[in-house]
Design a protein around this ligand. Structure first.
Ligand code: F6R
Length: 608
């Protein structure tokens, strides 16, 4: 939700570094984009639309400076226009600010600043910040203190970065929105083979500067950073020095490229065998029939409450079922609801499932749980993310960077990781079979990818009015996820239902124009009951697409079959989901949708 980049200490290519960084952050928002470069004055260029519009606007313009900040926006206050694009400036044009988050007291600050004679040009909450800085500078405060004082007035969530004319520094602060520094302070050969000095970066996320350095410092809430070509420092907002750890990221810049695929989403769907192997590696002892989840094995939860949003909520539903199967009371809650009306927590362990580790609703829910004395565990993909740092315990799903806005490989890795957690923290019946199914899972995902008929199914039903998905038990979250993926990237109406619920209302929606995807795996009671529901659908002339391992006779009632290998019900859910990812992808491709950057969405939702 909005991407920020900043760079200082580059030779002559600050602008290129900023624009390249923004292109890596576009998954966070793509309504509008802009850059500000500062030396004796501040040059700004900003433009509604995607980064290419900004590139076009920059053509032929001479815009320079050794210190720069940039922004790609996901609108919260005001429509995506040139005026509302960041950076925002003060009245003099000497101060430029980019911001991610929501400033809750902006109206009050704006009224105050307007009364003091400031003129506003945008509808955004952000614009109060440069005017607050200007107000301080007018009063004779030095630049750093002026920014600190301005930030001190803000309530709400923010990651802000500020440049000021004549000051070779970037000032930055964070509260409830991510910011990470990149350090390239060993003399290194530049592209031209020349030596150059230190360069420093800041961004909402590491891919923005990963091409330049792998050394990073994650800012925490309430911290303030100052970056110059001569070095960097982090303090509290009040100015107390903070000692920060320097981390090294362990993935290559290439991992964030498209590797020849048309879309990041397709690449990430195809990366699932590898990302699943990473999730499982060194955590599973197949011979011993056990998994190693380190210190988490000692948590012995008597109850588990999951909190999560969107796709991660679907993973949480699946995870709760795994714990229940091991005899532990477990429920999944939508984080936004939990945060404002939490259930009695008792001595339950509260597990936040979040790919990004930055989702504001999930963070609020975890904080509320901690406030009530609960132990928390973050299950996340992003090392050093806020959830990873704030939770009492963390378990990384190790899926690797995911750029497509629609979560795919991270969902598969969440499901695999939740299996590891349930196995490692409880005594689950049939653990050996589950472990062996997990071992086979990456190879079976590859089989599905190699032989899927999803494209034909997508071609057959691309003109449909609506799409429904049904499943029971572990296939129920898959039904919800299949529908979410389809609606996100095709903009078509899609709903997932617990198969048994269809006859209690949704069946009225079913027509010959509404294909129903039925997840039927195994041939037990669950499969037979779902086949009963399939027959009800067939009787209403709706096309049926069966996602099945072929063990039952569901194919007799289906118009199309998407086949998965025979396996354990837990891993069958992952395989069925791969088929549904492909259906969503191909349908969106046929409709020529903006697959990696669907309208109105952002990868990381850092506002509540
Ligand atoms: C759907 C999707 C979203 C996210 C949700 C939570 O494809 O990506 O529904 O799952 O916004 O995000 P995280 O997992 O980062 O907390």
């Amino acid at each position: 939700m909005c991407g920020i980049i900043g760079a200082v200490g580059r030779d002559d290519d600050t602008l290129d570094v900023l624009v390249h960084g923004l292109s890596k952050l576009e998954y966070r928002g793509y309504d509008s984009a802009g850059v500000a470069l500062a030396d004796e004055s501040v040059d700004i260029c900003k433009q509604a639309g995607e980064i290419d519009e900004l590139r076009a606007a920059l053509e032929g313009r001479s815009i320079g400076g050794s210190v720069g900040i940039g922004h790609t926006r996901w609108s919260t206050h005001g429509p995506p226009t040139n005026e509302n694009a960041h950076p925002h400036q003060d009245c003099s044009g000497d101060v430029a600010v980019v911001h991610n988050g929501i400033i809750e007291n902006y109206q009050q600050l704006r009224d105050e600043l307007v009364s003091a004679g400031h003129t506003f040009r945008s509808d955004t909450d952000t614009e109060v910040v440069p005017h607050l800085v200007e107000e301080q500078l007018r009063g004779g405060t030095d630049p750093e203190a002026a920014v600190r004082a301005a930030v001190d007035r803000l309530e709400g969530s923010y990651a802000v970065a500020v440049v000021i004319a004549g000051v070779e520094r970037i000032f930055a602060a964070r509260n409830d929105s991510p910011l990470v520094l990149g350090l390239d302070d060993e003399t290194a050969a530049s592209d031209g083979g020349e030596q150059r000095g230190s360069a420093y970066y800041l961004a909402s996320d590491v891919p923005a500067f990963r091409d330049h350095t792998d050394r990073v410092v994650y800012l925490d809430d309430g911290e303030f950073a100052v970056l110059g070509a001569d070095g960097w420092r982090v303090t509290t907002l009040a100015g107390e020095p903070v000692e920060k750890r320097v981390d090294t990221v362990d993935w290559d810049p290439e991992e964030t490229g498209k590797s020849g695929y048309d879309h990041y989403m397709l690449k990430e769907i195809h990366e699932q065998p590898r990302s699943l192997r990473q999730s499982l590696s060194e955590r599973v002892d197949e011979l011993g029939g056990s998994v190693d989840v380190g210190e988490l094995a000692d948590l012995n939860p008597r109850g588990v409450q999951f909190v999560a949003c969107g796709t991660s909520y679907h993973a949480a539903l699946y995870g709760a079922e795994l714990f229940r199967q091991a005899g532990i009371p477990a429920q999944a809650f939508r984080a936004s609801e939990f945060a404002t009306s939490p259930p009695p927590i008792g001595d339950a362990l509260v597990i936040g499932v979040t790919q990004s580790g930055e989702t504001a609703d999930t963070l609020s829910a975890l904080r509320e749980a901690q406030r009530r004395g609960a132990r928390t565990l973050g299950v996340t993909n992003v090392v050093g993310s806020t959830v990873a740092r704030e939770s009492d315990h963390v378990f990384y799903i190790r899926a690797g960077p995911e750029i497509g806005v629609a979560a795919t490989k991270t969902f598969a890795s969440q499901l695999a990781s939740l299996n590891l957690l349930a196995l490692g923290m409880t005594s689950t019946d049939g653990a050996r079979e589950i472990i062996s199914a997990l071992r086979d899972l990456p190879g079976q995902v590859q089989e599905v990818l190699d032989a899927s008929a999803a494209r034909e199914v997508a071609e057959t039903y691309v003109e449909s009015d609506a799409y429904f998905f049904i499943g029971r038990e572990l296939n129920y979250p898959v039904a919800l996820e299949g529908a979410l993926k389809l609606k996100e990237i095709t903009y078509k109406h899609a709903e997932g239902f617990a198969a048994g619920e269809l006859k209690h209302g949704p069946l009225a929606l079913v027509t010959d124009q509404t294909p129903v995807f039925a997840m039927v795996t195994g041939d037990g009671e669950l499969a037979q009951k779902t086949i009963g529901n399939v027959k009800e659908i067939e009787a209403r002339n709706a096309p049926v697409v069966a996602v099945t391992d072929g063990q039952s006779d569901v194919e007799r009632y289906a118009d199309h079959v998407l086949r998965i290998p025979e396996t354990h019900p837990r891993t069958a859910a992952v395989l069925s989901n791969v088929q549904l990812q492909l259906v969503a992808y191909h349908t969106a491709a046929l409709l020529n949708r903006s697959i990696d950057k669907p309208r109105n969405l952002a990868k990381s939702v850092t506002v509540e």
